[in-house]
Design a protein. Structure first.
Ligand SMILES: *[C@@H]1O[C@H](CO)[C@@H](O)[C@H](O)[C@H]1NC(C)=O
Ligand SMILES: *[C@@H]1O[C@H](CO)[C@@H](O)[C@H](O)[C@H]1NC(C)=O
Length: 274
């Protein structure tokens, strides 16, 4: 009898300690903030910097607010999981930022029904995994940053359905494998950075559908094989940065001042060395 009472008390004390520590509900405040990608001010919900989401399925504690256009979590290592049911609170979000937190994993339930979103910033977290249907509800997405994370491979479904994406930042990860079909749906893509990764090769197929690309950053990888014709269909190409690679080390761009392009030089170099 006595032992079970002690056990019960012990359980109550440890559970309440654990629960106050493993917070699931985060609160925030509204500000009128300038978002430079949009070049305008947006009503922004900022999560309080001392709040934490240390377990999955955390929610934002506020009433539904259709006027909120942006949501931001910044510089908070106690945010380990993105919240769920965000659309129930802020159905009209256009910008969503989780920057410099400790998120490891992002899933569909973190972005579901947020169909107005145009910009997602997930830079400088600890992301190792993105489920294949994570961004499937975001057909209006134009800007996606995953820079400064720990991604190792980009599978064929990660960017499915992002038909309006214009800019994709994957730089500063540990990427050593990219599926040949990873970018197939990104037919509006203008700028891509995969700089500072561990890529060893890219084939003709990788950018086959991305004919509107203007700028490609592949500097600081381990590239030892490329296709000489892989840039041929890109009529809007302005620059390909291939500095600090194994078979090639250079920045190839359109020199407007002197009215020359360096892309034929690039092609010759690839033919010869890669
Ligand atoms: C990231 O957040 C930490 C606090 O959690 C802060 O000290 C650091 O300066 C931040 N880094 C950047 C790049 O903002
Ligand atoms: C692509 O990058 C260039 C150079 O930084 C920038 O001027 C241009 O606006 C970008 N394009 C898009 C669609 O954001």
């Amino acid at each position: 009898m006595k032992i079970s009472t002690v056990l019960l008390l012990f359980t109550i004390v440890t559970t309440s300690l654990k629960c106050s520590f493993c917070q699931r509900i985060v609160e925030g405040h509204v500000t009128d903030s300038l978002w430079f990608r949009f070049n305008m001010r947006l009503w922004t919900f900022r999560i309080n910097s001392n709040d934490a989401i240390l377990v999955e399925n955390g929610e934002i504690s506020t009433t539904k607010n259709e006027a909120i256009k942006a949501l931001t979590f910044n510089n908070n290592k106690n945010i380990k999981f993105p919240p769920v049911k965000v659309h129930e609170k802020f159905p009209n979000l256009v910008a969503y930022q989780i920057f410099n937190c400790s998120v490891k994993d992002v899933r569909h339930k973190n972005f579901e029904h947020l169909s107005e979103i145009q910009a997602v910033y997930l830079g400088y977290n600890l992301i190792t995994h993105i489920s294949s249907d994570t961004f499937i509800d975001l057909p209006k997405l134009k800007f996606l940053s995953l820079q400064g994370n720990q991604l190792q491979s980009i599978d064929g479904h990660m960017f499915e359905n992002l038909k309006n994406l214009k800019e994709l930042f994957l730089n500063d990860n540990h990427i050593n494998f990219i599926s040949r079909s990873a970018f197939d749906d990104l037919t509006e893509l203008r700028n891509i950075s995969i700089a500072e990764n561990k890529i060893e090769y890219l084939t003709e197929e990788h950018f086959q559908k991305n004919t509107k690309l203007e700028n490609i950053f592949l500097n600081r990888n381990k590239i030892r094989s490329l296709s000489p014709t892989m840039f041929d269909n890109m009529k809007l190409l302005v620059g390909v940065n291939l500095k600090d690679n194994l078979c090639i080390d250079g920045d190839f761009y359109v020199d407007i001042e002197h009215c020359i392009t360096r892309f034929s030089e690039l092609k010759e170099k690839i033919k010869k060395d890669c």
